[in-house]
Design a protein around this ligand. Structure first.
Ligand code: ADP
Ligand code: MG
Length: 323
């Protein structure tokens, strides 16, 4: 029902950035190589995510808005080992319950695209339209029908910053995908999609900054830790950005963050927070990503082990330059 969807929306969609995150994850799941995100008024007025992924046929396009209508979960055991980013099948239904959504999509091999609109949970009849291959989802007037939630949004600048950060994290986690992030006025950043994390960092923070970054690489039987960390000369707190990825997913974990920061401070005796982007690849059954619907917080069954490995990787990267 649409009420159930609105309730679910309260957990999945708390602000424009949560929509941006879900829409990007869907595009990545669809195999997109190019994703563009456009924000109007920080995403409050409108979010458009366009991809060149697999697209949907007419039936899929209608199904997409049904709650728990995921095309991605086939077996119970998939809940333990999650391969795709989306797995709950409620993001689109939840977003559509609290906004005006227009979905335009065209599958490879199809002569035409299909377009459906959903407003406050009510779906319009499907139209056939001209469209490029892939999917375009427009989310307009977020929370227009739930004023209580609208009230909790912050300023346009703050909401935009949170959305942009979400796109940044996605771009860092997938350097092989070309991301464009723009407002209605101008392009904020554009990544080349050539697979090079440093190229993404250059697009986000500037070429000069990216050149200063130290490469991290540590491979043990259980973990593969890769990424970059800011050099000692580059301690500007205003630029401080911490990006952690586990099995390709942007996550937060206080213990690992502290391991990075502590490792950095111990080596350099500098009180400032490092800029870093660190990716951990590991056995998915030792990671709990479903702690929260936003899937940001991550829990490790062997947290101390993970921290030790990350701290070691950071120490190694710094030692090599201090030599
Ligand atoms: P989930 O991602 O958990 O499956 P969603 O509500 O996010 O659930 O999406 C529902 C379904 O809509 C997906 O399973 C997928 O089949 C389809 N879908 C959504 N976005 C896209 C997209 N950008 N490209 C192709 N298919 C999509
Ligand atoms: Mg999804």
């Amino acid at each position: 029902t649409s009420l159930a969807n609105q309730i679910a929306a309260g957990e999945v969609v708390v602000r424009p950035a949560s929509c941006v995150k879900e829409l990007i994850e869907n595009s990545l799941d669809a195999g997109a190589k190019q994703i563009s995100v456009t924000l109007r008024e920080g995403g409050i007025a409108q979010i458009v995510v366009q991809d060149d992924g697999a697209g949907m046929d007419e039936a899929d396009a209608q199904m997409a808005f049904r709650r728990h209508a995921t095309s991605k979960l086939f077996h119970e055991r998939d809940l333990v080992r999650i391969h795709t980013l989306g797995f709950r099948g409620e993001a689109l239904a939840s977003i559509a319950a609290v906004s005006r959504v227009t979905l335009t999509t065209r599958e490879g091999g199809s002569e035409y695209g299909v377009c459906v609109r959903v407003e406050g949970g009510e779906m319009s009849p499907v139209e056939h339209v001209g469209a490029t291959f892939g999917t375009r989802i427009e989310v307009a007037d977020l929370f227009y029908n739930t004023p209580a939630r609208l009230k909790y949004l912050r300023t346009v600048q703050t909401e935009q910053a949170k959305s942009v950060e979400t796109v940044q994290k996605a771009a860092l986690s997938r350097p092989d995908v070309a991301f464009t992030c723009q407002t209605e006025h101008h392009v904020l950043f554009q990544t080349p999609g050539n697979g090079d994390v440093r190229a993404v960092l250059a697009a986000l923070y500037g070429v000069g900054e990216a050149k200063q970054l130290l490469a991290i690489e540590e491979v043990t039987p259980d973990y593969r830790v890769t990424g970059f960390i800011g050099r000692p000369t580059q301690g500007r707190n205003s630029r401080a950005q911490a990006h952690l990825f586990v099995n390709g997913r942007p996550v937060r974990n206080v213990a690992v963050h502290q391991a990075v920061v502590q490792g950095y401070k111990n080596r350099l005796m500098i009180g400032k927070q490092p800029v870093y982007s660190i990716a951990i690849a590991m056995d998915p059954s030792l990671v709990d990503v479903n702690v929260h619907p936003h899937k940001a917080e991550v829990r490790f069954s062997e947290e101390a082990d993970v921290c030790r490995c990350v701290a070691g990787a950071v120490a190694k990267a710094l030692d090599e330059t201090l030599l």
